[in-house]
Design a protein around this ligand. Structure first.
Ligand SMILES: C[S@@+](CC[C@H](N)C(=O)[O-])C[C@H]1O[C@@H](n2cnc3c(N)ncnc32)[C@H](O)[C@@H]1O
Length: 271
């Protein structure tokens, strides 16, 4: 697993007793990291590909002691095979990881076989952001208010990264009345700057963190964004103050619901 792949799991900020959904889970690398923390009470590993879920099972068997026989795991790990866009649940999850299918840039530049940039896969490639957005919208529906969704990709594509987060926030609000805010994690991950090359300045995504491959730090690409679902009632427009009154953290948290509502200027909200 790429060293940067652990970051979306860290961004979930798992707590003891969490009910966790990994919506696009196979082959299970991130779910395995989450399980090895022993924090989640329950983790549902869902994926639309049966062959990849079989790989996930094999990996869990190899890395989790007594996975197939032990009750400890049977009560804790649930494997699900449905399209993540239509995944349904009544209870609500505390944390949802949406590690979406993407153009997987590192694989695309190093392997020819089944390459998503092949001319005959152009239609499939163009549909990727729409699928990613649908998966993220469903994740926002599945997380309980106050819970966190982490959206992640392994591409540098701004459309598949910030673009999808923006589109999904808008759709979640317009179609389902769901509001979410984006948490700025730049300060949390700044300590990794000697190990990983994080996108900064012009290369910094607006809604998340981006690990950029570099000769001196050959990890990634990896993008991840942490969203907290709020109740519609929690959105208080009287708190809408000019940007200069806020630090960067607050501005980013603010921006998402405002964008979802289609209110105000994106770059310079007015009082
Ligand atoms: C980037 S991979 C996930 C990697 C995994 N999270 C890990 O850490 O090992 C994306 C996964 O999304 C799955 N997928 C694609 N379309 C899906 C859909 N509509 N619903 C659920 N899973 C989907 C693919 O089969 C693939 O396993």
């Amino acid at each position: 697993m790429d060293g940067a792949s652990i970051l979306p799991v860290l961004a979930l900020c798992l707590s003891p007793g969490d009910r966790v959904l990994d919506l696009c889970s196979a082959p299970g690398g991130k779910a395995l990291v989450a399980l090895q923390t022993f924090l989640p009470d329950i983790i549902v590993c869902n994926d639309s590909s049966l062959s990849r879920l079989n790989r996930l099972r094999r990996i869990f068997k190899d890395y989790l002691f007594d996975f197939e026989n032990g009750n400890k795991w049977r009560e804790r790990v649930f494997i699900s095979h449905v399209n993540g866009v239509g995944y349904e649940d009544r209870e609500g999850f505390d944390k949802v990881l949406v590690d979406v299918p993407c153009t997987t840039d590192r694989v695309s530049v190093t392997e020819d076989e089944n390459n998503i940039f092949r001319p005959d896969r152009i239609k499939e490639r163009l549909k990727i952001p729409e699928l990613q957005s649908q998966l993220l919208v469903n994740a926002l529906k599945l997380v309980r208010p106050g819970g966190a969704v982490v959206y992640s990709t392994c591409t540098l594509s701004p459309i598949q990264n910030d673009g999808v987060v923006h589109m999904a926030l808008k759709q979640a609000f317009e179609m389902h009345g769901i509001l979410a805010t984006i948490r700025d994690m730049s300060k949390c991950f700044a300590c990794l700057s000697s190990t990983l090359r994080l996108g900064r300045d012009a290369a910094a995504p607006r809604y998340g963190q981006l690990v950029m491959p570099h000769v001196s730090a050959n990890f990634g690409p990896a993008y991840f964004s942490r969203l907290i679902r709020t109740n519609a009632m929690q959105l208080d427009l009287t708190q809408y103050r000019p940007r200069h009154e806020y630090g960067d953290v607050e501005r980013r948290e603010w921006f998402a619901p405002v964008a979802a509502l289609g209110v105000g200027d994106r770059r310079r909200p007015r009082a």
